[in-house]
Design a protein around this ligand. Structure first.
Ligand code: AMO
Length: 469
């Protein structure tokens, strides 16, 4: 579903700027009331031109002595950049630019000839960061002033794309029968290991911020919800300080009954394929905005290459062998770190799954593989990762649905099943085999937008040193 938006008039405006520019001239001659941020003002004496911007587009406002009062003209000519204004006036076609003989004219654009000019809020000077210039600004300054950073075209496009990714992902899952749920974010037991929990007091009871909707999405499926998904915050008290770790991130999770690890990998690749296809078809203007900025910084442009299906699957055993063959010192049972991922990415530069991890490396809720073992006889799991380049996007797997095995898995991880009865009880009254995954939204956005830091793709990131704004 592409955009089909109705911008109803509001108390402050009759039209958005985007509407006026995209109306094929149908609004020429009409009286409109518009609002926006003043990007720039030019002109002295009897005239003034204003570049006006709202969240939908830009337009030129033309003020002329006689049509507006001398006082309005004076205020417009001396107004500080980024002040917000309201203009009442008439839509006119802008005079086309001069083009060399024989060359076609560009499509028409429009302006508003002002009859009334009102300042809604005056911007303080100087601005802590420039909105329209392309000077490179440090990430900390940008994040400290995110409210202004967001007004920059490419940053705004980044977050529009983020919203689109969630919209397309959501709409795809709904077509596959998944229903959206919301699980609690205040919890009593860890699902992803006990060391990275943020403790809190829940009245008189110690509790934690949720690391993942894992146990609750499973309980929903055990309860007969068939297929569920959730897009929500996850909190990890990890001391990492890297380009890809945050302490609060949005996890895009699914869980489905009567499904295996392979089944949910297929859901994931179909969803990512749909997201990329929809962005390629509908959102090129935002990719172009990002590329205009990248060009100004001397960076290569990004392209939205819709990945072909299926994504490659490189079993953990094969991945280890590939890394060993490249001369690295790694053996069965070791984690695959970023530099190892680079080796795999040389052969598989796009999205690729790494299924069949050793059982001992995966969380207690992951199912083992029956009748198949690792190279040295160890038990394999139905857990998988999805990687892109050197970064992990997703973890997932088929879940253990046999309660005795599940309790044994807990004990194997040094956890006491008594602390998990709220969860394990869900398996005692008939449990469907089920599977799911959790995808890091910010990391997926990094891939789509070519960002080098996960903080770029999060509005107000939370990391070890940042808890404001
Ligand atoms: P996992 O812990 O691997 O799996 O998390 C799933 C995905 O979430 C993202 N992610 C992070 N993103 C930014 N900062 C972090 N600190 C961070 N930690 C994780 C990654 C990762 O792949 N319950 C399982 C999922 C499942 O099996 O359904 C889980 O949470 O992109």
């Amino acid at each position: 579903m592409a955009d089909d938006i109705t911008w109803h008039p509001t108390a402050y405006r009759t039209h958005t700027l985007g509407e006026i520019q995209s109306n094929d001239g149908n609004l020429v001659g009409e009286e409109v009331k518009i609002c926006g941020f003043m990007e720039a003002n030019r002109g002295k004496g009897k005239i003034c031109f204003i570049d006006l911007r709202d969240g939908t587009g830009k337009i030129q406002v033309f003020l002329k002595q006689g049509l507006v009062s001398d006082e309005e003209l004076d205020v417009a000519q001396n107004l500080s950049r980024e002040s917000t204004i309201q203009v009442e006036g008439e839509v006119a076609e802008k005079r086309p630019p001069k083009v060399p003989d024989g060359e076609p004219l560009p499509p028409p654009t429009y302006e508003v000839v002002a009859k009334k000019f009102t300042v809604l809020s005056k911007a303080k000077t100087p601005l802590p960061l420039g909105v329209t210039d392309t000077v490179s600004i440090g990430l900390d300054t940008r994040l400290d002033n995110r409210f202004l950073d967001l007004r920059r075209e490419h940053v705004n496009s980044m977050f529009t794309l983020r919203a689109k990714v969630l919209q397309y992902g959501r709409e795809h899952l709904i077509t596959e029968g998944f229903k959206e749920i919301n699980s609690p974010k205040i919890i009593a037991s860890a699902s992803e290991g006990g060391t990275n929990l943020f403790p809190m007091m829940y009245f008189d009871t110690p509790a934690f911020l949720s690391q993942s909707p894992q146990l609750y999405k499973q309980l929903s499926v055990l309860g007969g919800m068939e297929r569920v998904f959730e897009i929500g915050p996850a909190f990890r008290a990890e001391k990492h300080d890297t380009y890809r770790h945050l302490n609060e991130f949005i996890s895009f999770d699914i869980e489905g009954a009567w499904m295996s690890d392979e089944d949910v990998m297929c859901v994931q690749e179909r969803m990512i394929h749909h997201i990329w296809k929809m962005v390629a078809e509908n959102d090129q203007e935002h990719i172009d905005a990002i590329n205009r900025y990248r060009e100004s910084q001397g960076d290569e442009p990004i392209t939205v290459d819709v990945p072909s299906l299926p994504f490659p699957r490189i079993a953990y055993c094969d991945a280890i062998k590939m890394i060993q063959d490249a001369g690295e010192d790694i053996s069965w049972g070791d984690d695959i770190d970023s530099s190892h991922c680079d080796i795999i990415a040389e052969k598989y530069p796009g999205f690729h799954f790494i299924p069949r991890w050793p059982m001992e490396m995966k969380p207690f809720y992951i199912h083992h593989v029956e009748g198949e073992n690792g190279t040295t006889g160890e038990q394999l799991s139905r857990g998988f990762d999805l990687n892109y380049g050197r970064d992990e996007m997703t973890s997932g797997g088929q879940r253990e649905h046999n309660v005795d095995e599940l309790e044994q898995n807990l004990r194997n991880k040094g956890l006491d099943p008594e602390g998990f009865t709220f969860y394990t009880d869900g398996f005692r009254y008939g449990a469907p085999p089920h599977a799911g995954w959790g995808l890091g939204v910010a990391r997926l956005l990094m891939v789509l937008t070519g960002s080098r830091n996960v903080r770029e793709t999060v509005l107000f990131p939370r990391d070890r040193s940042r808890v404001t704004p």
